[in-house]
Design a protein around this ligand. Structure first.
Ligand code: G3P
Length: 270
């Protein structure tokens, strides 16, 4: 499974890439806002984005459109690609699968049309804000190279609907939770990992070319479960990437081995 960093913070991206095991970057308007505020990058945002593309050279970097009408998304996607792809040839354009708002449901199919147009034009698309395997299937049929189901937000949604209190990084079981009335679910999806697993299963069944990119992941155990579910890619916040390596017994063992070192052994390589 490939590991992407879900961040627009250049320091985090550089730090993560220095490990040599990061395969790409995903951004979204909220992450760009956060990074622009922290890094004071608003004024020279174009240059700032080019620095990110350069750090991530040879690996995909997703830049999201902010328009939400079909033609406008295509126009903006093409403009973003033209402006930024030449620097490191690694830009993917992120398109929401359904750009409607909760109180204005007039644009349900416009994301799919935009994906189709951009893909036809040879621009690689990462389809975002996916909450059902059906949305993922249509995005893949339209030509998206990556489909991004939002696992963590599914868990949030199920918990909120059922008045379960939680912190953002709290683990939610991949197999779901049972209550008096039965299994909690969102139209048959029992957890974020279940959304990933069902999407992977359908894609395998029909030989879809798009890669399943597990997004909105909040903790290490969820990353493992997405890997077991067959996700092609997991995009992780910087702190979750850091946590992937942590185990108390590793640290404890390290301390003991270091204490036991005999000088004769060290001298062998001096
Ligand atoms: O990759 C999508 C991601 O940035 C959303 O994460 O934690 O805001 O649901 P989150």
């Amino acid at each position: 499974m490939k590991i992407f960093i879900d961040s627009a913070d250049i320091d985090e991206i550089k730090d993560a890439y220095s490990s040599g095991v990061i395969d790409g970057v995903t951004t979204n308007p909220s992450l760009i806002k956060k990074a622009a505020e922290k890094q004071n990058a608003g004024k020279d945002l174009g240059d700032y984005i080019k620095r990110i593309l350069d750090v991530a050279k040879s690996t995909p970097v997703s830049l999201e459109v902010t328009e939400y009408r079909y033609k406008d998304m295509v126009k903006q996607g093409k403009a973003l690609f033209k402006k930024f792809n030449p620097s490191a040839k690694n830009v993917f354009i992120k398109i929401p699968v359904n750009p409607s708002f909760p109180d204005d449901e007039t644009r349900d199919d416009e994301g799919i049309k935009a994906i189709k147009d951009l893909s036809k034009a040879g621009i690689p698309v990462n389809c975002t804000l996916i909450f059902t395997p059906e949305q993922a299937l249509l995005a893949a049929k339209a030509g998206a190279r990556f489909v991004s189901p939002f696992a963590g937000r599914v868990d949030d949604y199920i918990r909120k609907q059922n008045s379960i209190k939680f912190e953002k990084s709290d683990y939610y079981p991949a197999c779901g939770m049972c209550r008096k009335k039965g299994m909690l679910h969102d139209n048959g999806i029992v957890s974020g990992v279940d959304l990933i697993a069902k999407t992977v299963e359908i894609f395998q069944e029909y030989g879809m070319k798009a890669e399943v990119l597990a997004a909105s992941l909040r903790n290490v155990r969820q990353v493992r479960e997405c890997a077991l579910a067959g996700a092609d890619i997991a995009t992780l916040p910087f702190d979750v990437i850091k946590q992937l390596l942590v185990h108390h017994k590793s640290r404890e063992g390290m301390e003991k081995f270091t204490k036991d070192v005999i000088p004769e052994y060290v001298k062998l390589t001096k």
